[in-house]
Design a protein around this ligand. Structure first.
Ligand code: GDP
Length: 528
């Protein structure tokens, strides 16, 4: 097998999705710990906590605390290379999460055993289901009293509409938690507080029939367990890899992230069964990761990762071929070759210069405003990866400066922050207003805060009569010309220079569409 194939097939690129507080951060940290990427438990956490303490604006900082420094975490495990992509938890950042999910090959869903399937989980699962992303499920906090495991499986099946295949089954729960059974290997792992960090540090029995097991958990519990397993076998589905890979079945694990318990069992199973990099659709053909020619797309931009240098990093997922430091790549949207110098790799929390990267890997490109979310880079072929949308914002505000002399700074800040994709920036053709669109209200607070923090601009956002935005295309040049003239009052240019119709009301939009049947009014702008 060629080096390229070997490297590609050992990649596992995924994201963890959960409702806030289910334990995503804790689990992330434990995975990094098992992967040897960090030395001490608590570092991901304490960063989150420190952020929390130093500002009152925690929801946001909490997000940024983890997403800024660890948007992508790469670590080796066994003979695999794992790429874990972070997703923000707050609902107002859902677009960002959506785009991260376009860059992974599978997902891990974390559920709190006391709370079951929560609202954010449902939303995120919908996104995964759109692309048939394979999903593993980790039911967390087994050290606390929770709902019955069978109940939880039922809920996942009925609410999320996906078959459950339990791989790990708990023995007791909360104060009665004794351990877990691996349903595929038959092994029994005992829960021992303060231990369970590695296999060597755990008591493992080869099967339920080991005579010592009864001595450890008691005859009654063992009997209960056998009964329960019989029930589970009858009521649930056996693990079926093809169904898992097709997104129709989720293997289910039980454990306690904070106690390291069950995490390694999950990771072992994950690196063995989760998919290696998958083919990706483009406007012209499907790109297989095995292809030698380089290609990749940008799914996220982060402004001011290092505020001292006002840098903006574009996160590119490699889809085929190999990235080599300093290579030239064709930037399809601009039609120009670009030298990809000093690209970053993300080894756990440290950034370092990347030498080579393979399909499934994510590299960070320095961006001076020429790269946008959705951009494709190739070895020369003119193609564009599809499915990375820019949503039409639903909320609009006009930016107003407290200090009018800072207008230039304000424009720059709004333009640069909107490159991240969470907000969109519009300049009406007939006025000097600066209008910001977002999907959630928190975004305006975020932008106001960051304008001050990162650009020293004091701005407030006030209401404006815009109810929705549509990207306008098509028609003949003459029709377009006519439209530009007649509708000028409601037209604006977005950050990418495209024409946008800002409709004051839904009714107005409808009437305008009826009046201009030759033009298309698109609700999303897929960057092409
Ligand atoms: P996130 O918001 O999903 O990232 O959740 P966190 O990882 O921050 O966890 C939320 C809270 O649950 C924290 O207080 C954790 O310490 C706690 N937690 C995480 N895993 C466990 C667990 O296995 N058992 C218990 N009892 N608490 C846990």
């Amino acid at each position: 097998m060629s080096e390229h194939l070997r490297e590609t097939h050992r990649r596992r690129t995924f994201a963890i999705v959960s409702h806030p507080d289910a334990g995503k951060t804790t689990l992330t940290e434990k995975l990094l710990l098992f992967g040897g990427a960090i030395q001490m438990a608590g570092s991901v956490k304490s960063r989150k906590a420190a952020r929390h303490a130093t500002s009152d604006w925690m929801a946001l900082e909490k997000e940024r605390g983890i997403s800024v420094t660890s948007s992508v975490m790469q670590f080796p495990y066994e003979d695999r290379i794992v790429n874990l992509l972070d997703t923000p938890g707050h609902a107002d950042f859902s677009e960002d999460t959506y785009r991260v999910l376009t860059a992974v090959d599978s997902a891990l869903m974390v559920i709190d055993c006391a709370k079951g399937v929560e609202e954010r989980t449902i939303k995120l699962m919908e996104v995964c289901r759109l692309r048939d992303t394979p999903i593993m499920t980790f039911i967390n906090k087994l050290d606390r009293e929770g709902r019955s495991p069978i109940d939880l499986l039922d809920e996942v099946e009925s609410v999320l509409g996906i078959q459950c295949a339990p791989v790990i089954w708990p023995i007791g729960m909360g104060s009665r938690l004794k351990g877990v059974v691996h349903l595929l290997s038959g092994e029994v792992h005992l829960f021992e507080s303060g231990r369970n960090f590695t296999r060597q540090d755990s008591t493992i029995f080869a099967s339920l029939d080991d005579p010592q097991l009864e001595a450890r958990i008691g005859a009654e519990m063992l009997r209960e367990l056998r009964d329960e397993l019989e029930l589970v076998e009858g009521a649930s589905h056996p693990f079926d890899k093809a169904k898992y890979l097709a997104g129709q079945q989720t293997p289910v694990f039980f454990g306690s992230a904070v106690n390291n318990f069950g995490v390694q069992l999950l990771l072992d199973f994950f690196v063995e069964h989760a998919p290696a990099p998958k083919p990706r659709a483009t406007t012209s053909r499907e790109i297989a990761p095995e292809e030698e020619a380089f290609s990749g797309f940008v799914f996220k931009i982060q402004a001011n990762m290092d505020p001292q240098h006002r840098d903006r990093v574009a996160f590119l997922r490699v889809c085929s071929g190999r990235f080599d430091a300093g290579m030239k790549a064709f930037h399809v949207r601009s039609g120009k070759d670009q030298k990809l110098a000093n690209a970053l790799t993300f080894m756990a929390s440290d950034r370092e210069i990347v030498e080579t990267a393979y399909p499934g890997d994510v590299i960070g490109l320095h961006n001076h405003g020429t790269i946008s979310i959705g951009d494709t880079f190739t070895s020369g072929e003119k193609l564009s990866f599809t499915g990375i949308p820019n949503f039409a914002p639903e909320l609009f505000r006009r930016a107003r400066l407290r200090d009018p002399l800072k207008l230039k700074q304000l424009q720059k800040g709004l333009a640069q922050l909107s490159e991240e994709g969470a907000t969109q920036f519009f300049r009406p053709m007939m006025s000097n207003d600066l209008i910001l669109g977002a999907v959630g209200t928190l975004q305006f607070d975020v932008v106001a805060y960051r304008l001050k923090d990162e650009y020293s601009v004091d701005a407030i956002f006030e209401p404006v009569t815009v109810s929705t935005a549509r990207w306008v295309r098509g028609g003949t040049a003459k029709k377009m010309e006519e439209f530009r003239e007649k509708a000028a009052m409601n037209l604006a240019i977005d950050a990418a220079g495209e024409l946008v119709y800002l409709a004051p009301t839904r009714v107005n939009l409808q009437l305008t569409q009826e009046r201009w049947p030759d033009l298309t009014f698109a609700a999303t702008r897929e960057h092409a």
